[in-house]
Ligand binder design. Structure first.
Ligand SMILES: NC(=O)c1ccc[n+]([C@@H]2O[C@H](COP(=O)([O-])OP(=O)(O)OC[C@H]3O[C@@H](n4cnc5c(N)ncnc54)[C@H](OP(=O)(O)O)[C@@H]3O)[C@@H](O)[C@H]2O)c1
Length: 270
């Protein structure tokens, strides 16, 4: 297994490329010679990154898109093709989390999160995969989380959404056998990005909930993810501690795990 070979009319579409892990995945793909198409809402951030990546000698395009908007999402593949590009790689990385108990949540924010973290992933896979399968080559990287392996009281919809992404990716792998197309789930533990701020948590709050040795850099997470994608791996969990933690989260009986997690989450009452 390897990534589709780069060419001037081929591209890797990376969602959530304006920040954090997505920006680093775009950098890592560009370092490997892949042209990139950067997708997120903040156009100025995408344009600055595209300029930087063009300096590596690859074609870098920008398609500002709000992925919670179903109409905008539906036209994404067509906009890539209009640029004269074939999408060989799709990285579904865009995502965010709300925090706090569901009983005190904003229904609109919860639905928006599920739209971006879950619905957009399934939507873009179902739009981009037919062409990949027809061409007999392609690679999909879906960014889940170590939270996919366990419930997350305080981030209930987010944790369930990431469990969807992990399960969905495993099923894709089964369906894509012998097609030349691969799918990989990247499951990071905690990473310093704009994620905590977007979730309404301070750096101190997120660091107090999760010990320092669990934290990885966005750059190392991106390298692990792209390397796993290139090898056709099913799942990549960056960091030995996060790998062990995911297994503990997966196998610990819920009656012990859930109260413990609820007692430690910074957005829930102590
Ligand atoms: N950081 C962590 O601790 C961690 C751990 C596990 C998994 N993850 C996952 O890693 C992925 C990347 O997160 P990150 O940590 O890099 O966070 P981040 O720095 O906040 O980046 C999130 C990205 O998603 C984009 N995005 C959010 N809503 C969007 C929308 N409606 N339409 C288009 N793009 C949207 C943002 O771009 P715009 O705001 O410009 O639209 C941004 O580029 C997410 O799926 C997250 O769940 C993160």
């Amino acid at each position: 297994m390897s990534l589709p070979s780069p060419a001037s009319d081929r591209t890797a579409v990376v969602t959530g490329a304006s920040s954090g892990i997505g920006a680093e995945i775009a950098r890592e793909l560009a370092r490997r010679g892949q042209g990139v198409t950067l997708v997120a809402r903040r156009e100025e951030k995408l344009t600055a990154l595209a300029k930087e990546l063009s300096g590596l000698g690859v074609r870098a395009e920008v398609l500002p898109t709000d992925l919670s908007d179903r109409t905008a999402r539906a036209s994404l593949l067509e906009r890539v093709v209009e640029l004269g590009l074939t999408p060989e790689i799709l990285v579904n990385n865009a995502g965010f989390s709300t925090t706090g108990p569901v009983a005190r949540s904003d229904p609109a924010a919860e639905m928006m999160m599920i739209e971006v973290d879950v619905v957009a992933v399934a939507d873009l896979c179902s739009r981009f995969l037919p062409g990949m399968v027809e061409r007999g080559r392609g690679a999909i990287l879906n960014v889940a989380s170590t939270g996919a392996f366990q419930p997350l009281p305080g981030q209930a919809g987010y944790g369930a959404g990431k469990a969807f992404v992990l399960s969905y990716t495993h099923s894709l792998i089964g369906e894509l056998r012998r097609t030349g197309v691969t799918a990989t789930a990247l499951c990071p533990g905690p990473v310093h990005t704009e994620f905590a701020a977007a979730a309404g948590l301070t750096r101190e709050q997120s660091e107090s909930a999760l010990p320092g040795f669990m934290w990885e850099t966005a750059e190392s997470v991106a390298k692990t993810g792209v390397s796993a994608l290139a090898k056709g791996r099913a799942v990549a969990i960056p960091g030995a501690v996060n790998l062990a933690g995911s297994m503990v989260g997966h196998y610990t009986p819920r009656r012990f795990l859930v109260p413990l997690l609820a007692s430690r989450h910074p957005s829930l009452p102590k």
